[in-house]
Every structure is written in C-alpha cells, then in structure tokens.
Design a protein. Sequence first.
Length: 296
Amino acid sequence: MKRTAVLLMLSLLGRAVPAGAQSSNLVKIPFELVNGLVLVSASINGDTGSFILDTGSPMVVVNPRNVEGLQPVNTQQSYAFRGRPVKVNHFSWAGIEREGMDALAMDISHLENASHRKILGVIGYEVLNKYEVMFDCRNQVLLLYEPRNSWIHERETPLFSFRFQMRDELPVIKARIGGKKVHLGLDTGGTANLLSEKLMGQLPASSLRNAKEETIFGLANIPEKKNSALVDGLEVEGKLLHASRFLFTDLSHLDDVHIEGLLAMPFLSQFRFSINYRKNRVYIWSHGEEINFRTI
C-alpha cells in the first residue's frame, strides 16, 4: 500500500459524465484541484461523493466514517499502513462498475481536513491500470480511454514522453538532478513534491535555490519543521524540466523500492499529461483549450 500516506499523507478527490457524454472509447470526467488534490465524484454502496484520484495508491481506500455496508475480510496479507481489508458491495466511477470489490478501510479524516470536504475514499492503481488517463489541469477534466487508442496522440503530438516502471503499484521514472541519478514516483495524490532529506547534502549547491524552513502537518496533525528549496536541473531522458519547489523529508520507508522522491501535482499540473499504464509511458502536452472529444 502507498507508503507516502504513512509519512505525511501530504497525499493529502466533479462528477463523472453520464453515459450520453462518452464517445465509444473515451470518458470525460470533470474534477476539482483542491490544495493539490484531484477530487472526483464516485459512488460506493449507494452513496455518491468525493474521492481522491491517487496514482500512488495501489487500491481503493474507503473512509468507514462515511461509507456504510462494508464487509470485513479475514486475510493474512499485510499493508504498509494501518487499515482493515473490507469488501465493497458496489463501486461506480466513470463507467467502471465493480461488485464485491476488495478495498482497505482506514481513517482519512486528515484528508478531509486538508481538502475541507467530506471524503468517501481514494481511487488508485487497481481501478486505473487498464487505461491511459489524461490530466487536463487547466480545464480541470480527465480523459479516460483504452491505451491501444492513439487518437489523442494523432490529433495533437505530445511535446515529449518518457518511460516509467511500476514499483509497488507506483509509476517511477529515472531522472537526474544536477547530474545525480534519482528515481521519482508520480504521485497525483500528493500536495507537495518530495525529495529524501539525504539528498540535501548530495545535490550540487547550484541545483538548490531559495531554501527555507517550512512547517508541515503529518498524519496526526503534529507540526514538523522541514527544509524546502527550488530545485533546478531536473532532467528526464535528456529533457530539462522547469524548476519546482521540493520538500526534503524522511523517505526511508521508500528505500526498499529505491525511490528518492515523489513528483506531485504542484509539479505535474504544469502540463497537460497522461499516464499510459499499458505502455508504461507518460506523455506531456502544453496547456491549451479543452479537447472536444465529440469530434473524434
């Protein structure tokens, strides 16, 4: 399960368009971007409400305070943070229907505090992994479509793309910062870009600007002091990307999967981007007008 939640849950979810607003291979889904969180609407056990769309979560997480009819499950499977396995009677989002779905029930009141919303749960990899998901952050819409369909790439060629690997159901890219190799997870459920505090003394001084100390609030709403800086020289497959602010914190819980940082929505929302889980590629476009899928 997603280890970032144990740390800060700085992983600190609009409404799916009805069937009449879909093309044969595409669903358009409005969302809200609230404090870096992608908020979508889904239904679970007959209730409809807000979910966080989180590429860093391997499965659906439900809030037992807000969702009724959860059935406990006996299992020996272990998870990286506290929660109890449950069965969900019915789940529906963006035309995706699940009956008797496995999920993890846990207290996510800290996410409600961060978003100032009643949150029913988190939608993660287990729901998304058969699709390509485009995040159009300027127009606050998602496009969900089958990976074999390349219509969107033919209509508008991406500026660039890069490969990723799946590690613990988290998309991870290889990058360099000031020439140093790092592995960064793509975490749409994160409200801050994170780097391991171990890198603070390993990165060249020329890569760090405007360093300052920030106060963050962890899982138990306990304030902590952490360093942050604008990071220059972030390069992926030869492409130099814009400087972004990163928080340097303890990411030792990611050591076993060799991840040194997480790229969250403050970085990713600079672009229109898609994650293609079947091809293991991320595609990047510049921002523009909302794509009119009805002409496709």
